[in-house]
Design a protein around this ligand. Sequence first.
Ligand code: FES
Ligand SMILES: [Fe+2]
Length: 349
Amino acid sequence: MIDGVGSRAKGRFPFTPFPRGWFFFELARNLPTGRLVSRQWMGESVVAWRGEDGNVCIANAFCPHLGAKLAPETGGTVRDGNLVCPFHGFTYDTSGACVATPTAEPNPACRLRVYPSEEINGFVFGYYDERGREPEWHLPTMDETGWTKTLTHVYSVRTHPQETSENVIDLSHLSFLHGFEGVGHSGNVEVDGPCFKTDFRVDGSYKFPLLKRIGTELDAEVQIWGLGFLFVETVSKSLGARTWNWFLATPVDGDKVDILVSAKVQALDGGGIRGLNLVPRGLREKMMLPLVMYEFKKNIENDFMIWENKAYRPYPFLNEADGEILNFRRYCTQFYPESVNRSVSPATA
Ligand code: FES
Ligand SMILES: [Fe+2]
């Protein structure tokens, strides 16, 4: 049985810790040609490297010949864009095929298990399916022209990616836990296959470090693509900026989830903090980017204590202020094996 099929997050959640879909693996810049990396990803030991054609291969870390571990720490190496096993020297290309051995013709059936991968906006994603099926959908690419560089940070949190994405649907906690004022929807929720789109708006004030409190009128559009990809575009008239935040949750071992958070900024003409418009645009963006990242991280860190200690309520007692939580849970069921969905009836009701 492939790791993760029908397994559960140590009893905390009534669904597998390893849903289907695209999950972040590594920043593209950390995978230069010739470098081999290894890690725990979606409950499996995997290795990854970039071939000479530029493609990244994410593969099971155990050699299909006689099982040696292919990680760099255990002797795995990359030679001429191919992965070489430290035990008998079998060599694998980025499709997973064994292309050479030191002693005999390769057995065509000897293949690494590889995960489909894609590189989008500087992030490398792998596709996980509990039965090894190919992806039927792809993540969106954003046009980065006119945007700052991307700042990133990774956290490790004891939770589940459904819980971390549900957080942005749960509007009432934005007021109570995060202290936003005037939180509401400005449009409709749209669900189209693997994509869930929603939005929220905030009318309140920010307190940035070293700056006095400033008024905030903020519109956020949210795109969720599976449980590993959450993207928010925010327009803040009071800050005079448009911001992008990727929030990429990746199950590691069935207990912990790595959460990559990132921010990018584009200064808007007009509006903004008084006096800031006199500063040249590039410099303004350089000043705003760390502030936006600081604010994003501060808000997410507020959630950690809740996420790490909460119980999952399949039968929550909701009220009108809770937004689209059940709608979101229904959307999530497509990423779990059928047997799991039958046992979590409120989400499918
Ligand atoms: S175990 Fe990898 S080549 Fe033999
Ligand atoms: Fe939150």
